[in-house]
Design a protein around this ligand. Structure first.
Ligand SMILES: NC(=O)c1ccc[n+]([C@@H]2O[C@H](COP(=O)([O-])OP(=O)(O)OC[C@H]3O[C@@H](n4cnc5c(N)ncnc54)[C@H](O)[C@@H]3O)[C@@H](O)[C@H]2O)c1
Length: 329
């Protein structure tokens, strides 16, 4: 089995690639290496993978890669992934997440790929109140430019299955956390600010609720889905571990022994979804997969990883400072 992974130099994609190598799977990675992509994440497996630096929108090059590598399976992680950036400029989100997915689906169709795993997100469903859960057949009512672009890509995959018979499976994971996450997302932001005793910005009153899935669990679920999933189906991949943002922030401060008065409430993100919660009966019953890592255990591991990899973090902080300077000048 040969797997072509897009976005394999990203946060979750790289975990998936490292697990592919552990499982002795022949692996080809395609990644544009945007600000969010980093080959350092693949250092430990670099001599075991074939890497192509390419935009998924570059059809000629993608065609060449498919022709040359003849992958059996495509696992499509590549995306612009940060909601705040999508609010500042939606265009690259449409370009990469929608157009890029279409380009890959076309190549997969042309080369008769055996399976296309289309990675979506729980955000495609929109938001929930205090109660309820998202099921795989819940209507998609996405709210941010990011989630709209992901919902479009999600539905394009479905269209290629229904219209052309391309063997697509759609996967909708919940919020991931863990090692190697780019430090613009909530958990690494809080760890880094807390370490430097800087004010920790929390949107609104921190009441928004997310379902936290450890990155190794997310990657592992894909192997199970490849093995046992049904073509044309959708699978929610969640952990059942919901936390308010303010609870997450306080847990990190507790681990680091830092005071709660670092917390600074800031103006809420426009259109901020209140809560996501995935029902995972389908993947548990049909595939026999369940997340293993408990939130508190995963959070301890994550904090430790950032402490042990402070040089990488500092590189990324510098990159981020330059980005925000550009945005505000
Ligand atoms: N992080 C989460 O909590 C989460 C939750 C659910 C779903 N997802 C989805 O999982 C996938 C991976 O998320 P992540 O957090 O690892 O993202 P990430 O931003 O860390 O990584 C994205 C990767 O895609 C690459 N990329 C971006 N544009 C590209 C392009 N045009 N061509 C080729 N490569 C390109 C980047 O270089 C990077 O390596 C995304 O599809 C995301 O929507 C993420």
């Amino acid at each position: 089995m040969k797997i072509l992974t897009t976005g394999g130099a990203g946060f979750i994609g790289s975990e998936f690639v490292r697990q592919c190598i552990k499982n002795d799977i022949e692996t080809v990675v395609v990644d544009k290496l945007t600000y969010a992509g980093d080959l350092q994440r693949l250092k430990e497996v670099e001599d075991k993978i074939k890497f192509y630096k390419s935009d998924i929108n570059n059809y000629e090059f993608i065609d060449y890669i498919f022709q040359k590598e003849k992958p059996d399976i495509v696992v499509h992680w590549a995306a612009e992934s940060h909601v705040d950036r999508s609010i500042l400029d939606p265009s690259i989100f449409i370009e990469t997440n929608v157009k890029g997915t279409q380009t890959l689906l076309d190549a997969a169709k042309k080369y008769n790929i055996k399976l296309f795993i289309n990675i979506a997100t729980d955000e495609v469903y929109g938001e929930l109140g205090e109660d309820g859960q998202f099921y795989e057949d819940t209507p998609l009512i996405p709210n941010s430019p990011y989630s709209v672009s992901k919902a479009s890509a999600d539905m394009l995959g479905r269209a290629y299955y229904r219209t052309y018979g391309l063997p697509v499976i759609t996967v909708r994971p919940s919020n991931n956390y863990g090692w190697w996450q780019y430090p613009e997302k909530l958990i690494p932001v809080v760890i880094i600010k807390a370490l430097n005793s800087q004010p920790i910005p929390v949107y609104g009153k921190g009441e928004n609720i997310r379902e936290w899935l450890f990155v190794s669990d997310c990657a592992e679920s894909i192997f199970k889905i490849i093995e046992k999933g049904k073509v044309g189906e959708i699978y929610n991949v969640g952990s059942g571990q919901e936390r308010k943002n303010i609870e997450v922030v306080k847990s990190i401060l507790d681990i680091l022994g830092k005071p709660y008065d670092l917390i600074t409430f800031v103006k809420d993100r426009p259109g901020h979804d209140f809560r996501y919660s995935l029902n995972t009966d389908k993947i548990e019953k049909e595939i026999g997969w369940k997340a293993k890592v408990k939130f508190e255990e995963g959070l301890e591991k994550t904090v430790k990883w950032y402490l042990d990899n402070i040089d990488w973090v500092n590189q990324k902080r510098k990159q981020l400072e330059d980005y925000w300077k550009k945005v505000y000048t």
